[in-house]
Design a protein around this ligand. Structure first.
Ligand SMILES: [Zn+2]
Ligand SMILES: [Zn+2]
Length: 66
């Protein structure tokens, strides 16, 4: 059901990259994900590749390619 729920209450999501449960800390429009440091370029890549946010572990992998 597509019901608008308060943005402050996020349902846990499943990460598209690793399948783990996680909870996105940002609204979807501003996602990827406010806590994790990513360049605008990296954010664009994520938005092109995935519909939804990824878990923190996967986001940090994108941000730290060392
Ligand atoms: Zn993940
Ligand atoms: Zn997010």
């Amino acid at each position: 059901m597509a019901v608008l729920i308060s943005d402050r209450w996020k349902e846990p999501s499943v990460c598209e990259a690793c399948g783990n449960d996680f909870t996105c800390g940002a609204t979807l429009s501003g996602c990827w994900c406010s806590d994790v440091k990513l360049t605008p370029d990296e954010r664009n890549q994520l938005q092109n590749r995935y519909k939804n946010c990824l878990c923190r572990t996967c986001l940090e992998k994108v941000g730290n390619k060392d």
